[in-house]
Design a protein. Structure first.
Lengths: 233, 262
């Protein structure tokens, strides 16, 4: 059949999404590790490395547009290309969170953190796991998995709320840690947003397979409100 | 006009359980299709699936093939066009056709447009009718200074617009177009597609096309035809064009428009 070229191009786009996704996972894990270890040189490397993520994202966007312009994909094919465009944007922003966390590292300087925050590493690990599974679901066209994964974002939200309370309590107990705690709040916030974007990717998988365009995580409006959930608990 | 359908679109013409046979061969099988008024409906499908046969059945053009016969109904203005008391010539005035290859008569541009109206006993201002028809066919500015030159002196794209002007001049309600741009270059093709968007303000258009991008670009509704195991053409899907090309409901439509079959 005369689809060889188009099939090859669609495969290439998805391979590139997987590569970009794995670069983003590495970046976010490395950013959190550098934060914990107070490794400023590593933090600087991650900030520089974000340029490569951005470059690849633009390349992927160009490849998608070339595919649209030259192959005129239809139906399921055009949905794949549209999904790759959207996912690449999400991945690029997820890469920015790694850069943001690394900037916080640089701001905090070389001294050890005022308190260990294992939950931050757990948030990064869970977020990366969700991202890996979401991208697998995308290339496998696994709608069931794509619908399921966003519900696990609650685990990341719960960790975020925990970190939020701990840091707020720390500030109340000792206002001199205000600056450092606020910076760490931003780190937790970035990691929480990181997982939210996994939900976007899952939505694109559902769209690619079914053509359905709707939010998968309607309860979770924009971001969780720690105040509200802390009262609830 | 006929009653609106469930979602409020007026129906210009409606095939109901339509079958068309050539001798013992059934070319079209049980097609039911409601063509919406003042909209562009594209009929697409692989070669030999009965697209043109279906189109021609909408103004009894298929009767010009001696062995052809139809069963079922095509309802136009509340009446089955296959009823005995329907005059096929009058029917074809109200439901005109534009063909794949531009076919102007070997006469002047003016006469090409005036011809049909004259035959139909038009008694009004012929100059005005010719001008209006050529304007509506987006050809006036290009030919207004040479109305008495031969229609054959025009380019392919202009000839096709001349044929559209000729079809318009008899004041039809529906214009059937059978691959109207397949013999034209991309610019001339685009002009025809743009023209269709203007024409639909006054006419209902049904177009058969091999060109999927053309159907996607130019139509409001799309019907997909496909042969069954007996090689009879069936309509497998009908829907709004943007929905059909983005999220087709039928697997066979998806396979056809993405180039997996056909």
């Amino acid at each position: 059949m005369p689809r060889e070229t188009l099939d090859r191009k669609l495969r290439q786009l998805q391979d590139d999404v997987l590569i970009l996704g794995s670069m983003v996972q590495q970046a976010i894990k490395a950013a959190v590790a550098a934060l914990q270890a107070r490794d400023l040189a590593a933090a600087r490397r991650i900030i520089e490395g974000d340029m490569e993520i951005n470059r690849r994202r633009f390349q992927l966007e160009r490849d998608c547009l070339i595919c649209l312009a030259t192959q005129s994909p239809m139906a399921g094919d055009v949905r794949v290309v549209a999904a790759v465009l959207e996912i690449s944007t999400d991945l690029e922003r997820m890469g920015d969170y790694a850069k943001g966390i690394s900037r916080v590292s640089l701001m905090l300087g070389p001294k050890p953190l005022f308190r260990p925050l294992p939950e931050i590493e757990q948030m990064a690990d869970k977020g990366c796991e969700l991202l890996r599974r979401a991208l697998d679901a995308f290339v496998q066209r696994d709608v069931a998995a794509a619908r399921e994964i966003p519900s696990e974002d609650d685990q990341v939200d719960a960790l975020y709320n925990l970190v939020y309370r701990q840091l707020l309590d720390a500030i109340i107990a000792d206002p001199t840690v205000m600056d450092e705690a606020t910076n760490l709040l931003w780190v937790a916030h970035d990691l929480e947003r990181f997982s939210d974007r996994v939900t976007n990717i899952c939505e694109r998988t559902v769209f690619t397979v079914t053509g359905e365009m709707r939010e998968l995580d309607v309860d979770d409006q924009d971001q969780p409100s720690p105040e509200r959930t802390s009262k609830d608990s | 006009m006929s009653a609106p359908d469930a979602v409020g679109n007026e129906i210009a013409i409606q095939a109901q359980e339509l079958n068309v046979y050539y001798g013992s061969f059934r070319a079209i099988k049980d097609v039911s299709l409601a063509i919406k008024r003042h909209q562009i409906t594209a009929i697409i499908g692989p070669s030999g699936c009965g697209k043109s046969t279906l189109l021609r059945a909408l103004n009894r053009m298929n009767e010009l093939v001696p062995t052809a016969r139809a069963s079922g109904q095509v309802v136009f203005l509340g009446q089955n066009i296959y009823d005995r008391d329907i005059d096929p010539v009058e029917l074809r005035r109200r439901i005109g056709m534009v063909f794949q290859k531009p076919n102007p008569f070997p006469k002047s541009i003016f006469e090409n447009v005036a011809w049909g109206a004259r035959i139909n006993g038009f008694r009004g201002d012929m100059d005005a009718l010719v001008e209006q028809s050529l304007r509506r066919a987006a050809l006036w500015d290009e030919v207004k200074d040479k109305l008495h030159q031969s229609g054959l002196s025009l380019s392919g794209g202009q000839q096709q617009r001349l044929c559209i002007a000729r079809a318009i001049a008899v004041r039809p309600e529906i214009i059937l177009m059978d691959e109207p741009a397949s013999a034209l270059d991309p610019i001339a093709t685009l002009r025809i597609e743009e023209l269709m968007q203007h024409l639909k303000e006054n006419y209902t258009i049904v177009i058969v096309t091999h060109n999927m991008q053309q159907a996607a670009r130019a139509s409001d509704w799309t019907a997909v035809m496909m042969m069954d195991e007996d090689r009879a053409g069936q309509m497998i899907e009908f829907g709004e064009t943007q929905q059909l090309f983005m999220t087709p409901r039928d697997r066979r439509t998806e396979d056809y428009i993405t180039g997996r079959i056909g």
